[in-house]
Design a protein around this ligand. Structure first.
Ligand code: NAD
Ligand code: SF4
Length: 437
């Protein structure tokens, strides 16, 4: 394992992760000793509109994948409309490779609760929800305990800290469907319906939960807010780049020495992140990687110096997404990896629209055929045609996400496909995998 150079080590900026290694930081008294709820006390003395302006000035962009400006989203909530407003935290983290929200909620749940109270005060919401994925049982337990403690201390409930502001917060566990991470499917699920995406517009900011104005924000986005309130917009902007401000939690997995979460200013490169992670595993050379989960177009070794910010990754034709960086080496097969992702998307497709429901079914069949040594050259044209008909024609982003690795690997690694079809690579699946496919 190689030790990172000092100049690379200095790129670590623990902000949202700073309490993760503090014992018992999930307990409210420990959290309070570590600056906890100081931002809330400060925020309640500020006019809600000024808080929205502060978040706009900080340049904070959504940490759930799309990078939409947070302050702008908050500003969309109509004021004086007489309707209830809601804040819903999307904690349904499910994108393959993504694991930044789960540790945050487990080790530092109060930072999320504190952010929720501040954000709700800013948008004038008196009811907030955390929608957490069903499998995250331990994190949900921690959150429920944090919420209970916050009520007991007067940070939640009526007349919070004597400010006249009331807020109730409910932790709601989903049932383990990836599609419920799509914000409108999440809202349907929260309302008690089957979780399927709604047509947008209207966006949730106008007609969200129970058709009322709703801000849906990712865990990392909301957990950033207390730090911005305490540190100020300029401090936040001192990390990251001009258009992609602040620190970001990068989730590194795969063929590296130390997989895990690395929080650094936006704009760090994969080369530097791999160095922070102790280098590639012995005998492995970088071949391809996902910048932000499997639904972002994968990049190759030649993109190792891409700045990992919204603009830098977009300039390479990909997306920053969830900064879930899955690192594959020359010992990994891009065709096999794509098949594994596709099985996931096929399984998670909600079935509402034809391109995604049917297209994924056919693509999975085709991959199984290729990987069992039964593929033909025509299969590659069929795959590309199917992917092209899913991408941009599906009802929500899941369809695009499924088509993306297919298109990307056919673009970068066509030879790997041909090696299966022409018999140079041994089949990875048995003929049995075709039964029922
Ligand atoms: P999007 O760009 O359509 O929207 C982003 C946010 O901005 C949404 O909250 C949306 O309501 C809001 N918005 C956009 N335009 C608006 C407007 N004109 N008025 C009001 N609000 C507006 O992206 P999306 O489809 O919500 O999310 C896609 C992203 O989700 C992808 O980039 C992907 O990386 C990510 N993703 C994350 C996970 C995860 O586990 N975290 C899983 C799957 C996908
Ligand atoms: Fe459902 Fe897939 Fe269509 Fe999204 S793209 S609505 S997940 S079938």
């Amino acid at each position: 394992m190689t030790q990172p150079r000092r100049e690379v080590l200095e790129k670590l900026t623990p902000v949202l992760t700073k309490r993760w290694l503090s014992p018992d930081a999930w307990k409210i008294d420990v959290y309070e000793r570590l600056d906890g709820y100081a931002a809330l006390k400060k925020a309640l003395d500020v006019h809600p509109d000024d808080l929205i302006q502060l978040v706009k000035d900080s340049g904070l962009r959504g940490r759930g994948g799309a990078g939409f400006p947070t302050g702008l989203k908050w500003g969309f909530i109509p004021q004086g409309d007489g309707k209830p407003h809601y804040l819903v935290v999307n904690a349904d983290e499910g994108e393959p490779g993504t694991c930044k929200d789960l540790p945050l909620m487990t080790y530092d749940p109060h930072s999320l609760v504190e952010g929720i109270i501040i954000a709700s005060y800013a948008i004038r919401a008196n009811q907030a929800f955390i929608y957490i994925r069903g499998e995250a049982v331990h994190a949900a337990r921690r959150l429920r305990s944090a919420v209970k403690q916050a009520y007991a201390k007067g940070y939640l409930g009526t007349n919070i800290l004597g400010s006249g502001f009331d807020l109730d917060l409910v932790v709601h566990s989903g049932a383990g469907a990836y599609i419920c991470g799509e914000e409108t499917a999440l809202l349907d699920s929260l309302e008690g319906f089957r979780g399927q995406p709604r047509l947008r517009p209207p966006f949730p900011a106008i007609a969200g939960l129970y058709a009322s104005p709703t801000v849906v924000n990712n865990v990392g986005t909301i957990a950033s807010v207390p730090y911005i309130v305490l540190g100020g917009a300029d401090w936040w902007k001192s990390m990251g780049t001009e258009k992609s401000t602040g620190p970001m939690i990068y989730s590194l997995s795969g063929r590296i020495q130390n997989p895990g979460q690395y929080e650094c200013g936006l704009g760090i490169t994969l080369r530097e992140l791999i160095e922070l992670a102790g280098g590639m595993k012995p005998g492995h050379n970088l071949k391809f990687w996902t910048p932000g989960g499997s639904s972002t177009p994968l990049l190759t070794a030649e993109h190792i110096d891409t700045p990992m910010d919204f603009e830098g990754v977009a300039a390479q034709g990909s997306l920053l997404g969830t900064t879930a960086m899955q690192i594959f080496s020359d010992q990994d097969c891009p065709v096999y990896a794509t098949w594994r992702w596709l099985e996931f998307y096929h399984h998670e497709s909600c079935g509402k629209c034809t391109p995604c429901r049917e297209g994924n079914y056919w693509m999975v069949r085709t991959y199984r055929r290729i990987l069992s040594g039964e593929g033909t050259h025509a299969d590659l044209d069929t795959l590309l045609d199917t992917a092209n008909n899913i991408f941009g024609r599906s009802f929500c982003g899941l369809g695009d996400g499924a088509a993306t690795p297919v298109m990307a690997t056919l673009n970068h690694f066509k030879q790997d496909y041909l090696d299966y079809i022409e018999g140079r690579t041994a089949p990875r699946l048995s003929a049995k995998s075709l039964v029922g496919a």
